[in-house]
Each structure stands twice: as C-alpha cells, then as structure tokens.
Design a protein around this ligand. Sequence first.
Ligand SMILES: Cc1cc2nc3c(=O)[nH]c(=O)nc-3n(C[C@H](O)[C@H](O)[C@H](O)COP(=O)(O)OP(=O)(O)OC[C@H]3O[C@@H](n4cnc5c(N)ncnc54)[C@H](O)[C@@H]3O)c2cc1C
Length: 398
Amino acid sequence: MQAALTQQLLDGLIAPAGASAPIARAAWAIGEEVAGPAADDVDRESRFPSEAVDELKRRRLLSAMIPEALGGAGASLAEVAGGVRALAAHCASTALVLAMHSIEVSNLVRHGRTDAFDDLMREIASEQLLLANANSEVGVGGDVGRSICALEETAHGLQLKKEALAISYGEYADAIVATARRNAEAAETDQVQAVCRKPALELEPISTWDAMGLRGTCSRGFRLVAKVDPDLVYPVPFAVIASTGGLQAGMILLSSVWVGIAEAAAAKAHSTVRAAARKSPGALPSSAMRLAELAAQLQQARSLLATSVARYTAVDGSEQMEDPAFISELRNLKVSTSELAVRITTAALTICGIAGYKRDTPISLDRHIRDAHGGLVMVSNERYLQANAQLLVARKRL
Ligand SMILES: Cc1cc2nc3c(=O)[nH]c(=O)nc-3n(C[C@H](O)[C@H](O)[C@H](O)COP(=O)(O)OP(=O)(O)OC[C@H]3O[C@@H](n4cnc5c(N)ncnc54)[C@H](O)[C@@H]3O)c2cc1C
C-alpha cells in the first residue's frame, strides 16, 4: 500500500491521466477538460474558477475524504494530495481551492465526532458543500495560534465578529471555518474553531484581491459577522486540531499545489528541449543541460512531497503525528517546495525563452511564475523558518 502511494506520487506528470489513483485521475481529467482551458481567463479576470469547482462537485471530490458511512469516498490524505497536485498542473487556483477545502474536511473527519458534525459531513457529501477558512486576522497576520476576536454570548445566541485578513473564495463558500478566542475573557491563545454557515453569516469586504498570482482564489479580506451554532464549535481546542493533524495536512496539501505548478512549468521546458532535439538530430540542444539541472530540482520537490506523505500516512492516528521533529520536517517541505517551485518555473523560462516569456503562447510561463510566488507568502516561509530555528537551537540533533 505504502509503496503504491509513493509510486503514485513519484509518477511523472507526463502521463498522470494513466495514474492508478482514481482521485488523481479524476482531477487530471478536470484539469485537462475544464480547469486548464479556463485558467487564463480566471487569472486575467481574477475570478473564481466556478466551472472547475462545479466539476469538482459533479465528480464528488469535495467529499472525497468523508467516511463512506457518511456518504463520502473515505479517501486518504495521500490520495487527495495526488489530486491537488494533478489539478495544480492545469490551474493552481482551482487546486488551491480543493486543497484549502480538503484541509477543513480533514479536520472534520478527525475531530467532528458529534451528531451535529456527522450531519454536516453528510450534508457536505450530499450537497457537495464548499468550505472556506478564516483563521488569519487583521492584527495577527499569519500567526494563527492567536486570535483577537472572540465568540461572544449575545441575547441572540453565540456570535462571532472577525476582521479576517484573507478568506479565499469566501463569497462562494457554503460555510467558513474560523478561529476565535473561546470567549471574551479568554487569552489570545485560548482558541476554538467554529463552522459558520450561510445564511447565518455576513461578509463585508475590507480589501480587494488584485494579486500577483493565484488570482482565482479571490482571497479578499472580510469583516465576518456570524451567528454560530454552538454544536458546530469543535469540541477540542484549536491548538489540538492544529497539532494533531491540521497543520500537517495543511502543509502537505499546500505543498502539493507548489509541486504541481513546478511540474507544469517543467513539462513545458521538457517539450521545448525535445522539439529542439528533433530539429537537429544527433546534436544535444544547448538547453538540454539546463533541463537536466531543472530535472534534479524537480526530483527534489517530488521526493520531498512523497516522503512527507508516506511519513504522514505511517504516523496517522498515532502520537508521532505531534512529534515536533515531524512538524519541523513538514515546515521544511512547505518552505522547500515553494522555493523550488519559484526556481523551477524561472529555470523553465530560461529554457523556453521568448515563447515562455510571452503570455499568448502554448508554452507561456507567465501564470506559473506568478502563481509560484504565492507559495512563499501563503503562510510566510520566514515564519516557518523562524519556528524551525527555535526548535533547532533547543534540539541536540539535526
Ligand atoms: C493566496 C493566498 C490565500 C490565502 N487564503 C487564506 C484563507 O483562506 N484564510 C486565511 O485565514 N488566510 C489566508 N491567507 C493568508 C495566509 O494564511 C497568511 O496569513 C498570510 O499570507 C500572511 O500574511 P502576511 O505575510 O501579511 O503576514 P505575516 O505572516 O504576519 O508575515 C509578514 C511578514 O513578516 C515577517 N514575519 C512575520 N512573522 C515572522 C516570524 N515569526 N519570523 C520571521 N519573520 C516573520 C515575514 O517576513 C513576513 O513576510 C491566504 C494568503 C494567500 C497568499
């Protein structure tokens, strides 16, 4: 099983349509038929990739990880990571939507063990509900282990008011999962996480999303005001949700996007070099050396992802999931794959030349290069390196 998973993740991107994993295969088909053809328009207009997300729903990928008993497919994180990666090769914004939604589903499966959460999972499966997230906050930035806002008891029940720094596809989601202090008296770090459902929530935009890349995620800032169902507040603290798998699943799913972007750019570089080789049989094109360098970097990115997914699968359900060394490895995964994606997309530009630089050619790298940079800031790499630096100073071994 483990060997098969690793093989699926290491399979070259050139033919993932033939991948044995059904989710990766379905995601690749959505990418090829719907998300890819719409990607340039989504990027140009900075619009939600609604046609691709409709297709994710039609193929029931939004409930992939929900247990079969509740109407889902009972898929593993590894399988969904394969799907995210396949989709990212065609449209990184759509892949990121699936990744962010799946982080929330993964948390639900892990911690939503009450009747109300079971009902919610059944509904996600039957209606293909889309979940968004509002963890980051104006004033704390990406330091999501702290909240300024709080769940407050009012005459009309539990209420949450939050100045959310960014809620990707907030306007298009059916529910938004948000962190907050447990109550008005609680410390900044005493957080819970609640599922805020439409129509009992209002979103007032407080910023725009005219971003360098990942433009289809529509990650505007919002003032969120929600009436919260007490049964949809997770029964465990947010710190537990994060440390027992939430953080880990998040880093793997996001890294799958960065690897998929890198693979798409690498595939364009590869086809360029092969076309040059066909033109002068017997002579190695000068760009082939650059391709060989790029392939070494791509192998690093793929291997890092495959190793982390294998390790996650091995420790899932055990205390080792919370091992600080493992969490530190996953931070390295996210930092390394996002940096490699920037390097690989840029290296591909050197190989593809002017046809890659132009925006209207089949081998344009414009969108890939801009999207890849989003990985550096989507939870700042500096923040992750700082956390790892603190751990390394305290640890006796590397
Ligand atoms: C495409 C995209 C989609 C997003 N979608 C969502 C979403 O759906 N929901 C959501 O809640 N958030 C979302 N975010 C926000 C994201 O999760 C981070 O919170 C956000 O990118 C961090 O913003 P920041 O760089 O301003 O803040 P910070 O993380 O505060 O960092 C600012 C800068 O300060 C420095 N810095 C900060 N802390 C440290 C530290 N400890 N050590 C060293 N340097 C440090 C770094 O140089 C960093 O670049 C999204 C972001 C992006 C880019």
